[in-house]
Design a protein around this ligand. Structure first.
Ligand code: PEP
Ligand code: MG
Length: 906
């Protein structure tokens, strides 16, 4: 017997999402825990993969499907293709990972000329029957037969026009019958064949269409964007489910809900429903639904049952659920449940709440919150003091504020977004095929649909601001404009949307940075209690140090001293130092820099006390502090002209024998400026290197200009001495960049020792600090044992180490060929973003082992950009690093990632 490809809901393993898809597994599980789920069965993802591979359904599959249909017939007392009491089914996609709206679903399958009268007789509702029929023909036609939606819409609009009605509900049975006939003709004309009437043929075509949708463009795009790999989800399952109808009358309804508020995380009934409607009406945003609270008055008994359903779902899954239900003639059915996608704020709040409610453990609460989602909490909010009046209001569908130029279709959003423009995608409603427009936009605004419409769900998942159902806005997509009363918004006009309030404004409104909620502080403090890795920040100035501290940094892992050189009051002194002809001249410039650096260090050490601050000695090539060659040449040309003018004017005044006044620039003054610029140009040419990043930088500068490093070391140690004198418990660390041999370290260390002795003598105290090395060259990795004889700590500079390991220029790779490498899967990730564990990581692991052979407890960290990336952090934990250091706003993400790394450690 070949593999089992079909499972009834009563027998499928609710935990096996890989095989049954998330939806299928949950339908099985819900059935098995006693919830009222319409009977059905799941065709596995394995069957899908076999079909996609061989282009034909697995042998015997249709026969087994037929047997399961017979079981459904027994359970429901209905007949598939039957003249009386016909069985209709939905055919739904569902993979192991939730991909909302990315694949296809067909409803009302099983309708044809024979079964339709049966359905009408059984429900005694002709309008309902034709409504179901026309929906089925359109959906089946579009999804399974590839007939464009627009062809159906034209016919539908024509019938509405002739009937003189605007909304679908205005159409009677006769109109819908005509719509159905027109739709059948559309299919015949477009496909050259009549619409399939055999219900088993319909089912076969539908199963194949759902399987094929796994390889549809939008599903592929979605998987690429969200890094869904085959080991996370491979193929889609097909769920064949008995249809239940929410549109048989006013004792019917359909709705979607979250077990908690997905915008805030609050523990409350949340969702929307529509009376007398089919599920797709809610999700597609065709009619604006009512909040679930309204059901309390409208259908009190069903509301009670719904609360019970929601409580059961959460108690069973111990996770916030996103569920769909239908009420058919007073009976509540649960159609689907899955883990709810929520924004970061809601995730954090519900984690803390669910822990206090005893639903989950602290570790589970931590693991629920994916570190990356915290990024959303770093999003800006509108300045609450702004005085702008909203232009329109919609539903607050996904929090955060965003400004940008209006664009009216996803393609244009993609083009402008890629060109670096900020855009807001403005649509009547969005559909899954608009997904590329979402990626490119700052925010989404729709004029129709609710908080669970496609636009709202997708934007929330992406952490983008969204205002949905702003009905005061009329969107005219073709004309590329929208109108709000008298105001016309044209493509390119700037608007601001506030996804937390639903307000829409004309123009750009200032935003303010977010603050941490108490719940986030709680989660992060739990994370810190569990983590093994320390989380440091890369910060170069006192202001940046303060910010890092606010984000919870446990120290500074990298203070790039050269960044202090760039301030406008310092740069001229640095230039003076570079242009110096003699050691004396250079020393004079360094003497001016010393107090400046010392004061900066003091301030940073004090802000961070008692936490460590790792100060890196000068690293970049000197030419970086001078203007570019072309700029200097241009300036010199302009100065030459200016000199001619000054000379000409002096000659003219001389000829007239008049004085040209004391406040005029003299030729001598211009000459002095020219001479300085010429000197700079000569220096720039002298310093020119073909590969400056591999040239005269890092500790090589310290070897050739020891006086520069001496000034910096003195600055650090004097600052330390002064802080210690004041009783501030500072913990500085001196770090040497670009090291390749222990000899370099020994030379710098000798100068540290000399200056240390002088300062200890001068201040009468023992200095407390560490001396260490960056590891960012391949040779440093290979010589780690020797480096560890001198260094008390290592810090991996994985920006340079990646450059060196790949032989990729870190300046050029990302703009030139790297996108192709990642797009084509030659490399899984950009190694400058995500640590290349197999290559760079292997070197790091070896370095740690070798270094610790010399010094058992050698402290080792990472300070390259990858240090803030959750996956990289897991690797750092695995190879035994002590800390990671990243940019300040990523510190909260890294704190949580470090806790995950510890909890998920094997
Ligand atoms: C590194 O190379 O990873 C590093 C932190 O130094 P920089 O980026 O300043 O070269
Ligand atoms: Mg570096």
């Amino acid at each position: 017997m070949s593999k089992k490809h079909v499972y009834s809901f009563a027998e499928g393993d609710g935990k096996n999402k890989h095989l049954l898809g998330g939806k299928g597994a949950n339908l099985c599980e819900m059935t098995q825990i006693g919830l009222n789920v319409p009977p059905g069965f799941v065709i596995t993802t394995e069957a899908c993969l076999e079909y996609l591979d061989r282009k034909t359904l697995p042998a015997g599959l249709l026969e087994v499907v037929g047997n399961h249909i017979r079981l459904l017939e027994e359970k429901t007392g209905k007949r598939f293709g039957g003249e009386y009491n016909p069985l209709l089914v939905s055919v739904r996609s569902g993979s192991a990972m939730s991909m909302p709206g990315m694949m296809d679903t067909i409803l009302n399958l099983g309708l044809n000329a024979t079964t339709l009268p049966g359905l009408i007789k059984q429900t005694n509702n002709e309008r309902f029957g034709y409504d179901a029929y026309r929906r089925f023909i359109q959906l089946f036609g579009k999804v399974a037969l590839g007939v464009p939606d627009a062809l159906f819409d034209e016919e539908f609009d024509e019938v509405k026009r002739q009937a003189g009605v605007k909304a679908d509900v205005g159409l009677n049975a006769g109109h819908l019958k005509e719509v159905s006939e027109r739709f059948l003709n559309v299919v015949h004309r477009h496909t050259g064949k009549p619409f399939p009437s055999d219900v088993f043929e319909q089912l076969e075509i539908a199963i194949k269409a759902v399987f094929n949708s796994w390889m549809g463009k939008r599903a592929i795009d979605y998987r690429r964007e969200f890094h869904i790999t085959p080991d996370m989800a491979n193929g889609t399952a097909v769920n064949v489910v008995t249809m239940v109808f929410g549109n048989m009358g006013n004792d019917c309804a359909t709705g979607v809900g979250f077990t908690r508020n997905p915008g805030t995380g609050e523990n409350e009934m949340y969702g929307e429903y529509l009376v007398n409607a089919q599920g797709e009406d809610v999700v597609a945003g065709i009619r604006t639904p009512k909040p679930v609270q309204a059901m309390r008055q409208e259908m009190p008994e069903l509301y009670r049952q719904l609360v019970e359903l929601r409580d059961k779902l959460e108690a069973h899954y111990r996770e916030v659920q996103d569920y769909e239900y239908t009420i058919e003639k007073g009976t509540l059915y649960c159609l689907q449940t899955r883990n709810g996608k929520m924004n970061a704020q809601a995730m954090v709040r519900s984690s803390v709440d669910m822990f206090s409610e005893g639903l989950i453990s602290k570790n589970q609460a931590l693991l629920r919150v994916k570190p990356e989602v915290l990024e959303q909490l770093l999003h800006p909010r509108l300045d609450p003091n702004h005085a702008h009046k909203p232009l329109a209001q919609g539903l607050p569908a996904s929090p955060g504020a965003a400004s940008g130029r209006c664009v009216f279709d996803a393609d244009q959003a993609e083009i402008l977004g890629r060109a670096g423009q900020k855009v807001i995608l403005v649509r009547e409603e969005t559909k899954p095929e608009d997904i590329h427009g979402f990626f490119a936009s700052q925010g989404i605004l729709t004029s129709r649909g609710g908080k669970t419409s496609h636009a709202a769900v997708v934007a929330r998942g992406m952490g983008k601001a969204c205002v949905a159902g702003a009905e005061g806005i009329k969107v005219h997509t073709r004309a590329r404009q929208a109108t709000v009363g008298e105001v016309t918004l044209r493509e390119g006009d700037v608007i601001t949307i506030d996804g937390s309030t639903g307000d829409v404004y004309l123009g750009e409104i200032p935003t303010i940075d977010p603050t941490f909620s108490d719940e986030l502080k709680t989660v992060l403090s739990w994370a810190d209690d569990i983590s093994h890795l320390q989380i440091m920040a890369n910060a170069d100035t006192p202001a940046a140090a303060q910010l890092a501290l606010d984000y919870g940094a446990m120290g500074i892992g990298l203070c790039r001293t050269e960044r202090m050189f760039n301030a406008t009051d310092r740069l001229p002194i640095v230039v003076e130092m570079i242009l110096a002809h003699t050691l004396e001249e250079r020393q004079a410039a360094l003497d001016k820099l010393l107090p400046i650096q010392r004061e900066d260090f003091k301030e940073i050490f004090k802000i961070m006390a008692p936490r460590p601050v790792t100060v890196r000695l000068l690293d970049p090539p000197m030419h970086e502090f001078l203007p570019g060659e072309h700029q200097l040449e241009d300036e010199l040309r302009a100065l030459e002209q200016y000199r001619m003018m000054v000379r000409g004017r002096a000659a003219a005044f001389g000829a007239l024998n008049v004085s040209c006044g004391s406040d005029n620039v003299s030729e001598e003054q211009v000459n002095a400026v020219i001479a300085k610029k010429e000197m700079m140009l000569r220096k720039v040419r002298e310093l020119y290197e073909v590969n400056p990043m591999l040239g005269h930088r890092g500790v090589r500068l310290g070897m050739t200009y020891p006086e520069i490093y001496e000034m910096q070391i003195r600055g650090i140690l004097e600052a330390t001495a002064q802080c210690q004198k004041e009783g501030v418990p500072v913990a500085p660390e001196i770090m040497v960049p670009q090291v390749i041999t222990s000899q370099e370290l020994r030379i710098v260390k000798a100068s540290v020792d000399k200056i240390q002795a002088e300062i200890e003598n001068q201040y009468g105290l023992k200095l407390s600090f560490k001396f260490g090395s960056m590891v960012e060259t391949v040779r440093a990795c290979m010589r780690a044992q020797e480096l560890a004889e001198v260094a008390e700590f290592f810090s991996f500079g994985t920006n340079d180490l990646t450059q060196a390991t790949f032989s990729f220029s870190r300046e050029d790779a990302e703009n030139k060929f790297l996108p192709l490498y990642t797009d084509h899967g030659i490399l899984k990730d950009n190694p400058f973003e995500v640590l290349d564990m197999n290559g760079v990581g292997a070197l790091m692991q070896m370095t740690v082992e070798r270094g610790r052979q010399t010094k058992n407890h050698l402290k080792v960290g990472i300070c390259g950009e990858q240090g803030g990336h959750p996956e990289s952090i897991r690797f750092c934990q695995k190879i035994g690093l002590n800390y990671v250091s990243c940019s300040a706003p990523r510190v909260p993400i890294a704190r949580l990632a470090a806790a995950h790394a510890k909890l998920l450690e094997k």
